[in-house]
Design a protein around this ligand. Structure first.
Ligand code: 4AD
Ligand code: MG
Length: 430
């Protein structure tokens, strides 16, 4: 008999089926014993009755503990009260893998313990809900871009140079040379966009972040669109539309998971465009009025972002930063050369930056000058300069951090739960 998924049980009411998975809970009631089984697609209650199976099968219940893997065959019965709405009356039961003394129980565990056991923790209800929402966010962001006609062209991970500044580069031995793990796919996107007009890359990026905050990982994922002939406002518009599309899809397809996480779904449902657009200079004024110690020219800290985002019930854009605090590739604002055409999107409820992007410098001479100002070696950027030599065009784009987006949408308080296996300054295992 072929195995079916638990989510398909409704198509098999009254029939005999085979289901396989892990034991999520068990209960004993004398002549009737209950198992709660999960297989990834759902959970269902399975009933082992002394009257329906032989002694040997009935006794197997004793050996089954939390997270043991089993295969059962039995008859499907509609049961409103059971989780999932169906139960299975077991006829045959086979234990595939025992699971004695499963380390994660119903009691509260400390987060470090759970992170040490991340390979098992991923099976728990909340963690499964987070990963499903992560999947939905990734799928929605790709679908959004694919539907618009974007081409997915990925960027390399081994690179010869920095994209987002030299202080957070991971250096690796590359035969007789040094290579650096990519901090962003953007520079290669800028080559690909000259071939396709609209591209995006999706992949892991690496930053040697020594920060121990709730928003920093050393390995995280970005989706990075890049568009030829786009202007600054159009770029913000695209970020906004992509964000709204992601929210719509998560609410449509994963409301159940949001509820498991006790997320305020109404808050997410009420988010509509247009998102407020505040200039960096205005943001500094707001912060100073609220008593923050920040001067024009300084970068926002987490508390600054928190205060700005708590003023609104939607994400907000902060735009036109001092050129001095932004990356070498950013184009200066033609109306004020001290400013860069960069934009961050900050998520509400105190979450802060989840998107960074802007317009790129397309002029060869200015870009060379900027590379020098940032003390970056011209040799390793020669290929990048070629893009300005041969048919340069105005272009721009952005990068959305997947884990920060997942954290915000799920309403969890640390990015380490937004990725299957988090990498931070103190954690490389499992
Ligand atoms: O703002 P960032 O540094 O922008 C770039 O990398 C651009 N090159 C993207 C582009 O224009 N193509 O990073 C983009 C996003 C941030 O807004 C944040 O969401 C996330 O990446 N991010 C991190 N997420 C987790 N841990 C970290 N250490 C992160 N650093 C950035
Ligand atoms: Mg940024």
């Amino acid at each position: 008999m072929e195995r079916i998924w638990i989510e398909e049980l409704d198509k098999h009411d009254g029939q005999k089926v085979k289901v396989a998975g892990w034991v999520f809970n068990k209960r004993s009631g004398g002549k009737i014993k209950f198992l709660l089984l999960r297989d990834g697609s759902g959970v269902c209650q399975a009933i082992l009755s002394k009257f329906d199976v032989d002694e040997e099968t009935f006794e197997k219940h004793k050996d089954i503990s939390l997270e043991a893997s089993i295969v059962i065959e039995g008859i499907v019965k509609k049961e409103e009260k059971a989780a999932g709405g169906f139960e299975i009356l077991i006829e045959n039961l086979e234990v595939i893998g025992k699971s004695e003394n499963y380390p994660i129980g119903k009691k509260e565990h400390g987060v470090e313990f759970l992170l040490d056991k991340r390979h098992l923790w991923l099976r728990s209800t909340k963690q499964r809900a987070i990963m499903k929402i992560r999947h939905e966010i990734i799928k929605a962001s790709r679908d959004f871009l694919n539907n618009l006609g974007f081409i997915n062209v990925d960027s390399p991970i081994f690179t010869p140079s920095a994209c987002e500044g030299t202080t957070t580069l991971f250096e690796v031995d590359y035969f007789d040379e040094k290579a650096y793990l990519s901090q962003s796919g953007q520079l290669y996107n800028e080559a690909s966009v000259m071939a396709h007009g609209r591209v995006y890359c999706f992949g892991p990026v690496f930053r040697a972040e020594k920060s121990k905050t709730r928003r920093h990982l050393t390995e995280f994922w970005q989706i990075e669109p890049e568009i030829a002939f786009i202007d600054f406002d159009q770029n913000m518009q695209l970020i906004e539309e992509m964000t709204l599309y992601i929210l719509k899809k998560v609410i449509e397809n994963r409301e159940n998971e949001l509820n498991i996480l006790e997320r305020d779904v109404e808050f997410l449902k009420n988010i509509k465009g247009p998102f407020p657009r505040i200039s960096y200079t205005e943001a500094i004024e707001i912060l100073k009025e609220k008593g923050h110690e920040i001067e024009w020219g300084g970068d926002f800290g987490a508390p600054d972002e928190t205060v700005l985002t708590e003023m609104f019930k939607t994400p907000i854009f902060v735009h036109r930063f001092p050129a001095k605090i932004k990356a070498f590739y950013m184009k200066n604002d033609p109306e004020n050369e001290e400013l860069a055409l960069g934009v961050d999107m900050l998520a509400p409820e105190g979450y802060g930056e989840i998107v960074g992007g802007g317009i790129r410098e397309e002029n060869l001479e200015i870009l060379k000058k900027k590379l020098k100002e940032h003390n970056l070696p011209l040799e390793s950027f020669q290929w990048f300069l070629d893009l300005r030599e041969y048919g340069t065009v105005p272009h721009g784009g952005f990068g959305m951090g997947i884990e920060r987006t997942v954290s915000w949408i799920c309403g969890i308080n640390h990015v380490r739960e937004a990725i299957p296996f988090p990498r931070t300054i103190y954690r490389l295992i499992p």
